[in-house]
Design a protein around this ligand. Structure first.
Ligand SMILES: CC(C)[C@H](C(=O)O)[C@@H](O)C(=O)O
Ligand code: SF4
Length: 466
């Protein structure tokens, strides 16, 4: 038998029918719905009088348009109230399990899926959301879909897809202490650019990836879409198996052992051929932040803001526009840039391990005067676990606000915004123009770096925080 990549194994095992010309009909194992993309897909189906093919494979949660204010309900953010009630009503009518506000399981869709064991290695997972690639961190074949694809999958549990090419990004050696998966992701995007992954499914491999815990793997895969690829995957291993054991929707008893034995086969065979390969030396990665308006505007914390004079044509113009929007001066150090806002949250970095890392930086210190700092846990379960182990108290006594789970200021679809011209350091994954509100200036960073900026009042190297 010819050597196969992990991606090919996952793809081949889900082909219902080869449609020719690189297209295939795939079986979809899990379908996740959120309050923005879920209601239209369910409504589309209802208007065609089509039943769901298998509601037990579909799960819904409220995340994008819900307020994160303590004591909130689905109506606190008034413009989101209709979407919330639609997702509730349509899920109930369709027999779909919805994790509602205040219930264990509610949370950002890409946080709650893995957390509950709804997402498992070897499964195909879709959601009407581009960061569905996050789930690849467990070894699932997971990708975001558009609304007509979502409708099709609800009705048939299948999807017509064109097979992407395969890329492997091998991360050699180990990340240095204090350098996280988020730094690695930003480093990779900064080096390869946001178009590098277009048309590819990307496998992250190598000793630095093997050394990551599962939550860090989810972070790394979360940012695959910012490389232009719809899908990122990491081979499941013993760390994955241990992380999944006992999760509510994971198999139990003998079935879990059988599943785990199967997951052990899900890796790229020696000698398998990729269409493209990249190698990153993880040992050279340092804490990384973005300065501009694209995730590829990523630089090491000890670097200076780039000078557009070094580039030409449209690239020059794009750099000038980004510098103007961000209100930054070329050739000055990024460290020391004052921040108004600190946002620790989003499906990139709002899991328990992220909050632990940030709390370690914050413990016994104070948020700098004039800085607004928020922690928005990724899910109700993350929130409760963090509260049980005292992390909430660490943040609150330092001057952070402790909020309710959801997307919040990652995309500001719930009205929680950074004011025009204000600068935010954010653990999210997109720093686009207006992403955190009209005129808002966003710097992407790891939880440790965001926490350090909250204390220092400016972008700072967490390794030298005093
Ligand atoms: C609103 C949603 C469809 C969107 C996405 O697809 O990613 C959002 O989650 C985002 O992060 O920009
Ligand atoms: S947290 Fe941000 S990136 Fe993630 S799903 Fe929500 S809006 Fe999208």
């Amino acid at each position: 038998m010819t050597a196969q990549t992990l991606f090919d194994k996952l793809w081949d095992s889900h082909v219902v029918r080869d449609l020719g010309d690189g297209w295939a009909l795939l079986h979809i194992d899990r379908h996740l719905l959120h309050d923005l993309s879920g209601p239209p897909a369910l409504a589309d189906l209802a208007s065609r009088e089509l039943p769901l093919h298998d509601p037990s494979l579909v799960f819904a949660t409220l995340d994008h348009t819900v307020s994160s204010r303590p004591g909130r309900d689905g109506t606190t953010y008034v413009p989101g109230a209709k979407l919330c009630s639609q997702l509730r009503d349509r899920s109930q009518a369709a027999g779909v399990r919805l994790f509602d506000l205040g219930q264990p399981g509610q949370g950002i869709v890409h946080v709650m899926g893995p957390e509950l064991g709804i997402v498992l290695p070897g499964l195909t997972v879709i959601c009407g959301d581009s960061h569905t690639c996050t789930n690849g961190g467990l070894g699932a074949l997971a990708f975001g879909v558009g609304s007509s694809e979502s409708t099709h999958a609800l009705a048939t549990q299948t999807l017509r897809q064109r097979k992407p090419r395969r890329m492997r990004i091998r991360c050699a050696n180990r990340l240095p202490a204090g350098v996280s998966a988020k730094d690695l992701a930003l480093h990779i995007i900064g080096r390869l650019g946001t178009a590098a992954g277009v048309g590819y499914a990307i496998e992250f491999a190598g000793s630095a990836v093997e050394a990551l815990d599962v939550e860090s793997r989810l972070t790394l895969c979360n940012l695959t879409v910012e490389l232009g690829a719809r899908c990122g995957i990491i081979a499941p291993d013993e760390v994955t198996v241990q992380w999944l054991r006992g999760r509510p929707y994971a198999p139990t008893g003998k079935a879990f052992e059988v599943a785990a034995a199967h997951w052990g086969q899900l890796k790229t065979d020696a000698g398998a051929v990729f269409d493209h390969e990249e190698v990153i030396d993880a040992a050279t990665v340092v804490p990384t932040v973005t300065w501009g308006t694209s995730p590829e505007h990523a630089i090491p914390i000890d670097a200076t803001i780039p000078d557009p004079a070094a580039s030409q044509g449209s690239e020059h113009d794009a750099l000038v526009a980004a510098l103007n929007y961000m209100g930054l001066v070329p050739n000055t150090p990024i460290a020391g840039t004052p921040v108004d806002w600190v946002f620790i949250g989003s499906c990139a970095n709002s899991r328990l391990s992220d909050l632990r890392t940030a709390a370690e930086v914050v413990r016994g210190r104070r948020v700098a005067p004039g800085v607004k700092a928020w922690v928005v846990p990724g899910s109700e379960n993350v929130k409760r676990a963090a509260e049980r182990e005292g992390l909430r108290d660490v943040f609150v006594s330092a001057g952070f606000e402790w909020r309710e789970p959801g997307c919040s200021m990652c995309v500001a679809a719930n009205g929680e915004q950074v004011s025009p011209g204000q600068r935010s350091i954010s653990t999210s994954n997109r720093n686009f123009v207006g992403r955190q509100g009209p005129g808002a200036r966003t710097h992407l960073a790891s939880p440790a770096m965001a926490a350090a900026a909250a204390i220092a009042g400016c972008i700072t190297d967490v390794r030298t925080l005093t």
